[in-house]
Design a protein around this ligand. Structure first.
Ligand SMILES: Cc1ncc(COP(=O)(O)O)c(C=O)c1O
Length: 409
């Protein structure tokens, strides 16, 4: 329990007290109310740099999928490191541009872009739109005609591959709403060949999220390589290849982690000979383990067969356990020497039975007002928060070495 380095190597016990970088988490609660999201800025930069430096033969354009966490502090950190961004709404697009991302490094994904959003993206002259249907492409063409402008397009392929991840975050099977089936791609290339407003530069793919093995990537990437070779044979140029995101992170003792160097090697083996620019859209991998939720025990409730730790974070702060059955590791902020372990269900205060973070976790005795940390809440956590039960959203602070700042937007 004491070694948290697999979750976040900036989350460390020093003399039995939990620190994020050089800041004691206990100190943070003297200044701010709980629950509160705390992130290690250094870990965010380190993960981005590690991802980028894993590629030896190609220099991919990394477009951070900001849906994972759209806090402006994160966007600023990544923009300074040269990252592009993958956006899925006008709101995200506006926000990333305000925070220093260059428009020519922005990719617009998503199955339901509205006409207004498309028009906005065209006016901002972003790098490309990843298109999910012929119907969407026809609408983009009409808007381009009206604005007398041209846009680069990648067609998002649905490769019919199961990512073997949670049912609700698998996106690459034919029954999923995403992408264009492989067998319809060539017809669209033919239809738009030489079009004045639409330039199809290549293909994109994203098969799901929290993927814990290389196999689904290998299956999908092999299919997309074949598609590219077929298109090339027909004389179409493939200038861009957007391989999406999806790499999993450590949430609990059972999570399996992909070796990022092997992921990079797989991509280089399959695509480095094609001469296309590779774009990657990692979200969770970059920010997921950087964050924790610091929460206080409101009350220890003894049930008939259970001990409930009722904490002040709820499913409105962290929806993943209720939505996906996700299990986040939980650890005390102050370690006790006591060897005795007690089994607890850690639950939130919200009026829903699904407001449970973890069942039957064995911890040293926890008392009212003790602090605990819920790990790996850097991605798909604060951005999914709501004010359900009219509870305020949790603040977000960013730690760097021995300093921290608050950034709530
Ligand atoms: C098109 C697209 N790209 C990238 C991502 C980021 O995925 P992840 O956070 O798993 O890397 C997503 C997430 O669902 C997505 O839909």
């Amino acid at each position: 329990m004491n070694d948290l380095s697999k979750y976040n190597n900036k989350l460390i016990y020093k003399k039995n007290k939990l620190f994020l970088e050089d800041v004691s988490l206990n100190t943070i609660t003297k200044k701010f109310d709980t629950p509160i999201f705390c992130y290690s800025s250094t870990q965010i930069s380190n993960k981005f740099n590690l991802f980028r430096s894993s590629f030896k033969k190609i220099k991919p354009l990394i477009c951070y999928a900001m849906k994972a966490n759209f806090n402006s502090h994160i966007i600023k950190i990544l923009a300074k490191l040269g990252s592009g961004v993958d956006v899925v709404s006008k709101g995200e697009l506006e926000k990333c541009l305000i925070n220093g991302v260059e428009a020519n490094k922005v990719v617009f994904s998503g199955v339901g872009k509205t006409e207004k959003e498309i028009e906005f993206a065209l006016k901002k002259k972003i790098k490309q739109i990843n298109v999910e249907s012929l119907e969407e492409l026809e609408e983009i063409e009409e808007i381009c005609k009206r604005l007398v402008t041209k846009i680069n397009i990648c067609l998002r392929v649905n490769p019919d591959v199961n990512a073997n991840t949670h049912e609700k975050i698998t996106t690459g099977r034919l029954e999923d709403k995403f992408g264009i089936p492989n067998d319809k791609i060539q017809r669209i290339f033919e239809k738009y060949n030489g079009n004045k407003f639409i330039k199809i530069t290549g293909l994109s793919i994203h098969i799901g999220s929290q993927i814990e093995s290389l196999d689904p990537f290998k299956n999908a990437f092999t299919k997309i390589r074949k598609q590219i070779l077929d298109l090339k044979k027909k004389g179409f140029k493939i200038l861009t290849l957007d391989l999406g995101g999806g790499i999993g992170i450590k949430y609990n003792k059972d999570s399996k982690i992909i070796d990022i160097k092997m992921y990079a090697k797989l991509i280089e083996k399959l695509f480095s000979d094609l001469g296309a620019e590779v774009i990657l859209e990692p979200g969770r991998y970059i920010v997921g383990t950087s964050g924790i939720i610091l929460t206080r025990v409101i009350r220890v409730k003894k049930g008939t067969n259970k001990n409930f730790l009722i904490v002040d974070a709820g499913m409105n702060n962290l929806l993943r356990p209720a939505l996906y059955g996700a299990i986040h590791n939980i650890c005390p902020v102050k370690l006790k020497d006591d060897k005795k372990r007690i089994s607890y269900d850690v639950v939130g205060p919200i009026c829903e039975s699904s407001d449970i973070f973890i069942k039957d976790i064995k911890l040293p005795e926890v008392l009212k007002d003790d602090l605990i940390a819920i790990c790996s809440t850097g991605a798909y956590s604060s951005c999914m928060a709501s004010d359900y039960n009219l509870r305020p959203k949790a603040s977000e602070i960013f730690v760097k070495k021995n300093k921290f700042i608050i950034s709530n937007n």
